[in-house]
Design a protein around this ligand. Sequence first.
Ligand SMILES: Nc1ncnc2c1ncn2[C@@H]1O[C@H](COP(=O)(O)OP(=O)(O)OP(=O)(O)O)[C@@H](O)[C@H]1O
Length: 467
Amino acid sequence: MADLKLSETRDLTRIERIGAHSHIRGLGLDSALEPRAVSEGMVGQTSARKAAGVILQMIKEGRIAGRAVLIAGQPGTGKTAIAMGMAKSLGLETPFAMISASEIFSLEMSKTEALMQSFRKAIGVRIKEETEVIEGEVVEVQIDRPAVAGAALKTGKLTMKTTEMEGVYDLGAKMIESLGKEKVQSGDVIAIDKPSGKVTKLGRSFSRSRDYDAIGPQVRFVQCPDGELQKRKEIVHCVTLHEIDVINSRTQGFLALFTGDTGEIRAEVREQIDTKVAEWREEGKAEIVPGVLFIDEVHMLDIECFSFLNRALENEMAPIVVVATNRGITTIRGTNYKSPHGIPIDLLDRLLIITTQPYTKDDIRKILDIRCQEEDVEMAEEAKALLTHIGVETSLRYAIHLITAAALACQKRKGKVVENEDITRVYNLFLDVKRSTQYLMEYQEQYMFSEASIGDGDEDGTNAMLS
Ligand SMILES: Nc1ncnc2c1ncn2[C@@H]1O[C@H](COP(=O)(O)OP(=O)(O)OP(=O)(O)O)[C@@H](O)[C@H]1O
């Protein structure tokens, strides 16, 4: 029974980990920004990857803040994959926020507020703080018990040492509580932040490594610090403007950061924060790190959002905005006008445009190979060739979806390697867009609100492919 439970949990976490883009680990470029054929999970699409690499370089050199990039191309040609590749190559220091344009239409906040929050999630502030710390090895913690229980506050003494000196500090009730919470005992190396009284346990002193107590697998041994007990230390915190907003918005509190339930943040709060951050920048205490905001399906934004974007990009702290769309010439939401990609011309004019190209058969084969590896699916060569053929005739995404389904069909017949029969089985079970449309054309009278007239749509009969 215990075994069963264990394997169930393992499977669940495994499923969660395999997202549509989990195989993408970067843009797959060499040091001269030339795309490698297959690298970091990326295949083909060389000129788009190269262009994305140049933009990445400009971002890293801080040269492109406030600009915007459009990745345009047919569905399933790797636009989101390239954005993910950029995010992975940026490193943890540069904030990256990702939204799909339709997410901003919610009842809880206005569209422009949702966009504003996304913008501020993509702007980092690196705050430098000098603080005084007491850092050393604990020699003794001595707590005096009050004569009558509860009569007076507890007091005590803390003796700490470095390799060069020893010092004794008086303890108040608050410090005693902090030390108790961290379970500090003699032999621990700790740091106390003097202004806030925050205690951090750095590890256990090497000199105590022979002690019989407190030695578990988690214990980290460290050297006893040298020099003075009290030191000035520079601490760097990296936060996003959105995090500062939420923490300072009186109605929310920082827990909202975890639930995502931040509600609207008042304009005054943001103004105050911007003024404060500007002061810190002047004093050399803080730096702005413009990150990347990726807006997928950008044609879903409406005219108000587009003018907000236009204005927001002018702000000196603006992040780099990368947008993607698979639309051609279409109506701009909220107007009767048509425009390329459904984006107003004035905004379009500011964008650096990267286009993605349809994949060749060879590229599709390689992407499917990578996905099979990512999903731990063993597939016969013949079956891979068939799946590639399906990918060419239908879409890459449909072929990717069939991998897991075919693996399940294979498991069901107790096979180890996915064969042609498994692919055929799931191909017949799940329709791709073309066959689904064809089916609708044939049976439309039996559906509700059907508006198409016979003869509309795509009639190339992909269905004949496997027969
Ligand atoms: N060049 C590539 N290398 C590796 N995997 C890729 C590549 N291009 C696309 N993929 C994978 O193919 C799938 C579909 O691609 P993706 O979602 O990026 O397409 P898209 O252009 O954003 O599509 P849409 O316009 O429908 O949003 C994803 O699982 C993606 O990770």
